[in-house]
Design a protein around this ligand. Structure first.
Ligand SMILES: [Zn+2]
Ligand SMILES: [Zn+2]
Length: 292
């Protein structure tokens, strides 16, 4: 019996994107060349880079799954951050490329006269890419995966790129030749912004930024539920790929035995890991409470 495709699977999600990118590249080159559309050929080159993005994401996710080894005791998940960085660079270059060619079209007054097939290619791309964006973002959020989320926003930047092509082609068909480069210039700014945002998100992980205020508040409230813990300090959250590691100091009665202190810390650690998805480990430092 044939196995059913599970669309919730992260690999299925990325491969769906890869197949779509390959098909769109072919359609766009075909439509661009036979439909005499400069904008569509530029969009085809964008799709070619998207194929590369999908392959890099796939490989990154696969490599990130490798278990810890001696050289990488924290595991390999941070490779996803490298993947999102590469994706952000590709999106940035796409934006710059579209902006640059629009600029040239204006300077050279080199307007094209595209046919209907190019218009259809743009519409098909916008629909497929918007669906892919929503689907990929959903999976990325469920798994808290930086690489998959970056991929989702790349799909969104492709929607913008094809919208620019669509406006240009439609404008040219109505005789407003200037619409193409002007639309492209505006949209290149949006694409560059998408690239910057993807990069910012990966930098947050690299810089150990606090995931969210809610996350930290919930951890604090959780620790305060333990009456044996008199106070705590130095709560720090360290993101690793999709997951987090927390370290914190807790103070317990100073005449507790080492075993008792260890037991309290261990209970807290296990409870926290159970409570919080994406929490991989909690490192707890036990101190004597000296204030009573
Ligand atoms: Zn390794
Ligand atoms: Zn793209």
């Amino acid at each position: 019996m044939q196995k059913k495709i599970n669309f919730k699977d992260e690999y299925v999600c990325i491969i769906t994107g890869l197949v779509a990118n390959c098909v769109l590249t072919i359609i766009k080159f075909f439509a661009g060349i036979f439909g005499h559309s400069q904008a569509m050929i530029a969009d085809a080159i964008n799709s070619l880079f998207d194929v590369l993005t999908s392959v890099i994401t796939y490989l990154g996710i696969k490599m990130g799954k490798k278990p810890e080894d001696e050289e990488h005791p924290y595991g390999h998940e941070n490779i996803e951050v490298i993947v999102s960085w590469i994706v952000s660079i590709i999106v940035l270059l796409t934006g710059l490329f579209i902006g640059y060619s629009a600029f040239h079209t204006i300077i050279d007054k080199n307007y094209s006269h595209p046919s209907f097939i190019a218009l259809w290619a743009a519409i098909i791309t916008i629909i497929i890419k918007e669906i892919l964006h929503r689907y990929t973002l959903k999976i990325g959020n469920i798994l808290n995966s930086p690489a998959i989320k970056a991929n989702a926003f790349d799909h969104r930047s492709d929607v913008l790129a094809s919208t620019s092509a669509l406006i240009g082609i439609a404008g040219a068909r109505m005789g407003w030749l200037f619409l193409d480069p002007v639309a492209s210039l505006v949209i290149s700014v949006f694409i560059i912004r998408t690239g910057v945002n993807i990069m910012k998100q990966s930098n947050r992980i690299i810089m150990d930024a606090v995931p969210s205020e809610d996350f930290v508040r919930e951890i604090k409230e959780f620790i305060l539920r333990y009456s044996e813990i008199k106070e705590f300090s130095n709560l720090r959250v360290h993101p690793i790929g999709r997951n987090y590691i927390i370290d914190v100091s807790i103070s317990v009665k100073k005449d507790y035995t080492v075993s008792k202190g260890h037991e309290i810390a261990n209970n807290l650690r296990e409870a926290l890991i159970k409570e919080k998805t994406f929490l991989k480990d909690v490192i707890i430092h036990v101190e004597p409470y000296l204030k009573d």
